[in-house]
Design a binder for this molecule. Sequence first.
Ligand code: FAD
Ligand code: NAD
Length: 490
Amino acid sequence: MKNYLQISIINPNFAFQKKLSNMKTYDIVIIGSGPGGYVAAIRAGQLGFKTALIEKYNTLGGTCLNVGCIPSKALLDSSHHYEDASKHLEAHGIEITGKVKFSLEKMIARKASVVEQTCAGVKFLMEKNKVDVFTGVGSFVSPTQIKITPNKGKTETIEAKHTIIATGSKPASLPFITVDKERIITSTEALQLKEVPEHLIVIGGGVIGLELGQVYSRLGAKVSVVEYTDSIIPTMDRGLGRELTKVLKKQGFAFYTGHQVKEVTRKGKTVTVKATTSKGEELILKGDYCLVAVGRRPYTEGLNLEVAGVQKDERGRVIVNDHLQTNVPNIYAIGDVVRGAMLAHKAEEEGVLVVEQLAGQKPHIDYNLIPGVVYTWPEVASVGKSEEQLKADGIAYKVGQFAFRALGRARASMDTDGFVKILADPQTDEVLGVHIIGARAADMIAEAVTAMEFRASAEDIARICHAHPTFTEAIKEAALATTENRAIHS
Ligand code: FAD
Ligand code: NAD
């Protein structure tokens, strides 16, 4: 599309109509380079679309790579090594003479270098797939034109046949909390503290609170978790929350479930958190840091959605249909900015789905089979329906459960906490849900997802030969346990 500017209006000395350079036109423009956006861009490049990716920050990868999945796992791994060295190696006959020490500064620096390498990898993939990357805030000037405003320098407007909004999410807070980013912090600041808190008060017993709480607990902080509902990780099968509470308490966590936070104040280095139970009992906690981890909110600021006519729901999420198409037919939205789990792999699948649809393919996502993982140790992983969901939906189910303590592999590595629970249809034996807490649950859940994608029965899993000794044998045993309690080793 050609673009003309009536320069005469601006400067009468140039009383002619100057043709601007041709506006760049793309088949697909993606706004936001998180796992939703950058994966969509790669798939679009693979399928031969002329593709542009707009990212407001200088590094690609979004929340996940910069301040989410990757840096949190880097710190979880480092702190796990420290904990093993300082507490668990002796039991394996390994003696460390002298005190095991850590440097938080070095841990954070290692995390930063992991992030840097990972983000650089995405940049390379953009080049490889011939995706044009624009750095700046993308905002609609019409349903088919997007203006890019960089931090410095000139704005540029590009033309898009199709646009994918992949602008993700930001940490949510509570209306009465002022996040000062020093002592009252979100996950972003918690990933780069300069000191280990003495007492870290975590508001929210969800994924972020527990993962980052465990990092600092291992490094010596007292960690208190205040959770509104009556269980931690309340959206997962309740059996997992109960087991994780037990294990984390042994590790030193304090939990205040059933407490609604009402006030958070800071005086100097002290943060005071006040919460009440449903019976009106008051809890007052004092600490030196408070991590607010009460969820994330969809992020659409600066997009100028009104100009494009794109609608949002009452929670600020871009409304999409089953094809992830907004009410404006050439504009799609994916990832944290739309309904559903706020997970990197969900965003990735959605990015691929939109692009493949535009290529005339017929992709499909089964939202029931998107696994959820908490990377504490023991890890927690789930797929399908929980017992609570099945009960609420009035669906009959049978249960097979197998404890890791009965597994040779778990005893060999001294990782005996946890279990595998399989829920199956009592009539057809189809697996309805798999819930794991224990060592390596994050990787093991893939077997359950695969089985359920193929609508396996518990008997199917029970008949598959699992290598011995492995943690995955617990999945086979739990499957056996769903029918006449046929588990071999319990
Ligand atoms: P995002 O990753 O949020 O990316 C959106 C991008 O859009 C950002 O880079 C943003 O700068 C950019 N943007 C926004 N507006 C504009 C604009 N107008 N113009 C240009 N660019 C714009 N999920 C997991 O699955 N596993 C995990 O282990 C995990 N760990 C996490 C740990 C933490 C501490 C946090 C905070 C999150 C974690 N998540 C995890 C969640 C995961 O990070 C998100 O679900 C995922 O990043 C969502 O991807 P997205 O592409 O939708 O958006
Ligand atoms: P979350 O939804 O997992 O947990 C928030 C918790 O805060 C809930 O348990 C909720 O009941 C509680 N809460 C809400 N209001 C409260 C109040 N007033 N007082 C006390 N507790 C209160 O959210 P999160 O942990 O902030 O994580 C945000 C998102 O990031 C999640 O959707 C998650 O999917 C994603 N994430 C995923 C991973 C992972 O996959 N491993 C890791 C980190 C983050």
